[in-house]
Design a protein around this ligand. Structure first.
Ligand code: ZN
Length: 266
C-alpha cells in the first residue's frame, strides 16, 4: 500500500498512463494514427475538472475526508476502523459509487449531456480515459461527498481508490489486445478492456451495459453485465446516431453539454 501513498501514488498513476500509451503504439488492438493533440485535449479536460472541483467549497472529497477525520465524523472514524480495513473498503465503496454515478450519467438526460463528451470519442484508447468533461468530474465529486462524510472514508483510502481506479480506467480503455482466455478468466470479478469497449460502441443497447469501473459484480447485480465475447471485433465506437458528427476540437468538447442535439442525434 506504501506505493499508493502521497506522491508515490501520483507517480505510479502517471507511469501507468505512459506505459499504457507506449504499449498501444507497439501492440495496438486496432491501428490508429498517433495524434498528440488528442492526448492534449483529453488531458486538459481532466485538468480543468480537477481545478473546478478544487475551486468549489465542500465538493473536494479529499478536503471532506480530512475534515471528517479531524471531527471524528462518519462510520469508519466512529468505530476507529484500522487502515488495513478502511483503505481496501474505501476502494470497494468508491467503485460502487462510481458505478451508480455512471448509471445516472446514462439514464438522466441532463447528466447524459455531461457524459456525452466521453462517449463521442470515435476511437477508444488510453487517452479516452482522460476525456471527461469538467462538469462530469464536478458531478462525480459532489455525488461522492455525502458518502465520504457519512462513512468517514479516510483520506489515504480515497487516494488509494483514486490511483487504483484511475489506473484500471486507463487499462479498460487502452487499445491493446489481451489474450481472450485472460479476459474470460478476469471477467467474473473485474471489468476487462473488451467489456468496456462494448460500452463505447455506437449501439445504444450496448452502451447501457458494463457500467463498472473496476469490479464487474455491480453490473452482475444490476443485470447490466456482458462478457468479453459480446464485443464484435469490427464494432464502431462513438455516439449512437451515425449522423452525429465527431466533436473533436477542445472548444466543441467544452461546450458539448450546452449543445442541443439535432433530431435523431444523441
Ligand atoms: Zn458511459
Amino acid at each position: 500500500m506504501d506505493l499508493l501513498k502521497g506522491w508515490n501514488g501520483v507517480y505510479f498513476l502517471i507511469a501507468a498512463v505512459i506505459a499504457g500509451g507506449v504499449l498501444e503504439r507497439f501492440i495496438p488492438w486496432r491501428r490508429m494514427p498517433f495524434d498528440p493533440w488528442r492526448w492534449a485535449r483529453a488531458g486538459l479536460l481532466s485538468v480543468y475538472g480537477v481545478i473546478l472541483v478544487a475551486a468549489i467549497p465542500f465538493v473536494s472529497d479529499f478536503a471532506l475526508a480530512f475534515l471528517a477525520e479531524k471531527k471524528d465524523v462518519g462510520l469508519f472514524n466512529m468505530i476507529g476502523a484500522p487502515a488495513a480495513l478502511s483503505v481496501p473498503a474505501t476502494i470497494v465503496v468508491v467503485d460502487a459509487i462510481a458505478f451508480s454515478e455512471h448509471v445516472l450519467l446514462h439514464r438522466v438526460s441532463l447528466l447524459w449531456r455531461l457524459h456525452r463528451a466521453h462517449h463521442s470519442d470515435v476511437m477508444v484508447d488510453a487517452s479516452t480515459a482522460l476525456r471527461f468533461h469538467p462538469f462530469e468530474t464536478l458531478f462525480r465529486a459532489a455525488f461522492e461527498a455525502p458518502f465520504v462524510l457519512a462513512l468517514g472514508l479516510p483520506p489515504e483510502g480515497l487516494l488509494a481508490a483514486f490511483v487504483v481506479l484511475s489506473v484500471v480506467n486507463v487499462y479498460t480503455h487502452f487499445n491493446v489486445p489481451l489474450p481472450r482466455g485472460l479476459e474470460r478468466a478476469l471477467a467474473p470479478v473485474l471489468v476487462t478492456p473488451r467489456m468496456h469497449r462494448l460500452h463505447h460502441t455506437t449501439d445504444g443497447a450496448s452502451q447501457r451495459l458494463n457500467y463498472g469501473t473496476m469490479f464487474s459484480f455491480w453490473d452482475r447485480l444490476a443485470r447490466t453485465r456482458a462478457g468479453p465475447d459480446a464485443l464484435a471485433d469490427d464494432a464502431a465506437f462513438g455516439l449512437e446516431a451515425p449522423e452525429a458528427p465527431p466533436r473533436e476540437s477542445f472548444g466543441q468538447l467544452l461546450l458539448d453539454p450546452f449543445r442541443t442535439p439535432r433530431p435523431g442525434e444523441q
